[in-house]
Each structure stands twice: as C-alpha cells, then as structure tokens.
Ligand binder design. Structure first.
Ligand code: AMP
Ligand code: ZN
Ligand code: ZN
Length: 400
C-alpha cells in the first residue's frame, strides 16, 4: 500500500520536470522589419540563422498593423479585440482613461492590458522572465511583474541591451530567467523617416543584421548555449508613402461634435450624438482611396470589432495614402504602416534557431498570434486557455 503513492509521486515529479523542461528562449523584436527586406538586402547573419534553423516567408501582423497592438498580440496569442490594446493610443471607455504610448502612466498601468502575456504565464508557473523593453512589460499585468524588466528608454545603445541579456542568462540558476524578451526600435524609425526603399533603410537593415550576428556570437559562448532558442520577429512591415496621396478629411464633412483619433493609415470617429455620426459617416462615403466602416461592418478577417474600446466608426486608407491630420508631427513621414494586414508590405519577419527547431526549414506566412502557444510549448508551460492562436498551425517548425 505504501509503495504505490511513492511510485506515483516519482512519476508526477519526473513529469513536471519534463513539462517544465530546461529550454531557454530569447525572443527578439526588430520593429518594422518588413518580410522582404531579408530577400532584397544582403543579410548574412539572418541567412546563417535561417540555414541552421527555421524561417517563414513572413509573419502576418494583426490589424491594426501598429507597434503596440502587435507586440501585445505576439505576447498574448490574441487579436486586438481579445486583448484590448486596440491602437498605440486610444480611449478606454471601460476604464474612463486614455492610453498613449507617449504617456508613461498609462503604459505602466496594468488595467489596460487584457489576456495573459507569456511572461505572466511563465512567472505564474514558476519560470523566471526578463525583458529589455517589450510592450506591456513595464506594467503589472494581472498583478504579475517580470523578475527583471526595464523602463523604456530608446537611447540605451543596442549593444548594452544585448550585454544585459547575456548577463541575465548567466545568473545563478535560482535567479536566471528562462524567457527573455528584447526589443529594438529599428528599422522602424529609419523606415518612417526615409522610406522603406531608401539607402538609409538599407544601411539600417544591415546594421540590424550585424546586431543579429552579435547576439548569435555572444549566445554561443553562454553555458546554456545548447538549450537556447532564439526567435527573431517583427511587429509589422513598412510601405512607401506617396507625398501627394493625402486625404484631408475635413474637406468632406463637418466634424463638429465628433471626436477624431488616430491619423495616417487609420482614423477613428466617435460621438455622443448618433445623428451627427450618421451624417458624418454618410458624407464620408465619397472619400476617395479610403474605406469607412461602422464598427459592426468592419471586415471579420480583421478580428477588430468585438471590444468596447473600438470606436463606432473606422476609416482605413488604401496603401500609401495618408489620412489627415498627421500622426507623425508636422512633417509627413516617407514610410508608414497600420494598413490592411493582408498587404505584402505589412508582413513582418520570423526566423528562429535552437534545439526546439528543425534545421534549414522554411514555411509559408503565419499569423503572429501563434507565437504565444509556440513559446509556451518550448518552455513547457500550460498556455492560457482564452487565446486565439493555435500551436498546431506552427508545429511543423519544431523537431519531432
Ligand atoms: P509606431 O511606429 O508609431 O507604431 O511606434 C513605434 C515606436 O514605439 C518606436 O519608435 C518606439 O520608440 C516606441 N515604443 C516601443 N516600445 C515602447 C515602450 N515600451 N514605451 C514607449 N514607446 C515605445
Ligand atoms: Zn512597430
Ligand atoms: Zn512605426
């Protein structure tokens, strides 16, 4: 009688070690790294990584194809309508508060962030996590903080970020994170400033390839090197803006009593007066090179309807067109994103290498909501139940 429980305890103990395996993950994001940059531009370090590991022809962003919603989708495995980070800036009627990437207080307020990001899943299951800048990691989401995190400061040199990551992976076992998230704001910044096909952007891509080389070189020297999986993703792509393709919304209707939010590829409208909003909606039907939707008519494929933070009317410009007022200061950018997430120019990158992945394997585009279940699987974590992503979609990347 006594022997049986002990036998079971041993089985359970072994199973939990296997489930909570000894794999490590470094998830790197290079903002605005368009999928085809890797084909067009000479990137030997990315090529090497893809040859040793896996690559997809692209990583499909969620709509809207902006930075904050997408980083948070990668982290949670959810579309914007599920996680609630519906734009870089928005009004959260549920909290009666504004959220903006430029407002520290809101960025660090966990109430804005729905779902369960991978670092919360990990910490809850006893796996330590760290982040050198990732959307959402400055807040306590569901009351959980990462073991190590940094307050966003774009000025921190990229090499310093990499050195910190290597130090964290070298911490004593009791403090060492098994999941680290690392963010770089390039080549997004250069893509906006000079356009995706500019010489400046090409140089920046090559610098980011150098950054990848540094990461791989330093990672190889870690004591955990043979257990480390490095995944490089991006949040969205970048398209060229035609400087003449500007849509001045105020030329088509009178916006009094209507609140406008956003600019560039997307604009949101709301109003306390349904009548006013209906008039504005009707007037805007004449808009050239843009689509205007009531919330209920937003295409299903965008998964961008079912959240109270999504305003009543959405305007989406055609690729390369800019809705006024400008979202990037007085000067119009040369490149932008935020458009339909089906567009080739909006596709991001996915390259990964490590013991969990096949070698020299390439596959078709997949949606970034599948990254969360992939990470949970590699780290041996029980994934959050309410996700939109599905491990089965990306299982082919993994060794059997
Ligand atoms: P956008 O291209 O407008 O979608 O936003 C990209 C910008 O987001 C980058 O230039 C970053 O500087 C900024 N960004 C990224 N992460 C953070 C963060 N955690 N806090 C504030 N700004 C951030
Ligand atoms: Zn971005
Ligand atoms: Zn951007």
């Amino acid at each position: 009688m006594l022997k049986k429980p002990i036998y079971f305890i041993i089985i359970i103990f072994t199973a939990s070690i296997n489930a909570g395996n000894d794999q490590y993950v470094l998830l790197v994001s290079m903002d605005g790294f368009r999928a085809d940059y890797l084909e067009i531009i000479d990137t030997p370090n990315f090529d090497k990584m893809a040859k040793n590991g896996v690559q997809s022809e692209g990583l499909k962003p969620i709509f809207i194809s902006k930075t904050f919603p997408n980083h948070y989708s990668i982290a949670t495995g959810m579309y914007a309508e599920s996680h609630g980070l519906i734009a870089n800036s928005f009004f959260a009627s549920d909290l009666d508060k504004h959220y903006s990437i430029h407002d520290r207080e809101s960025v660090e307020n966990g109430d804005f962030y729905g779902g369960e990001p991978i670092w919360v899943t990990a910490e809850r299951q006893g796996v330590k996590t760290a982040s050198y800048f990732w959307v959402g990691t400055e807040a306590a989401v569901a009351g959980v903080h990462l073991s190590i995190s940094k307050r966003y400061d774009q000025k921190v040199p990229f090499d310093d970020r990499i050195d910190s990551v290597m130090t964290w992976f070298s911490l004593p076992m009791s403090h060492r994170p098994r999941l680290i998230m690392l963010y770089f704001h390039e080549p997004d910044w250069t893509g906006h400033e000079y356009g995706p096909s500019s010489a400046e952007t090409v140089d920046q891509i090559q610098r980011m390839d150098g950054i990848m080389g540094t990461i791989m070189e330093k990672a190889e020297k870690l004591s955990i090197a043979d257990k480390l999986n490095v995944l490089v993703v991006s949040d969205h792509g970048m398209t060229e803006l035609n400087q003449e393709h500007i849509i001045d919304l105020s030329a088509y209707t009178d916006f009094s009593d209507v609140t406008m939010a956003g600019a560039g590829p997307t604009v949101f409208l709301s109003s306390d007066s349904r009548k006013r909003l209906t008039t504005v909606y009707n007037d805007l039907q004449q808009l050239p090179n843009a689509q205007v939707y009531w919330k209920r008519d937003i295409p299903k494929r965008w998964h961008y309807r079912d959240h109270e933070r999504i305003p009543e009317v959405l305007i989406v410009a055609e690729e390369g067109w800019t809705l006024m007022p400008m979202g990037h200061g007085p000067e119009m950018p040369k490149g932008d994103h935020g458009y339909d997430n089906e567009l080739t120019s909006m596709q991001a990158i996915f390259v990964a290498d490590g013991p969990a992945f096949k070698s020299g394997y390439s596959r078709k585009v997949f949606e970034n909501i599948h990254i969360y279940p992939l990470l949970a699987h590699i780290l041996g974590l029980e994934p959050y139940a309410e996700i939109d992503g599905d491990l089965d979609v990306v299982k082919d990347l993994l060794v059997d």
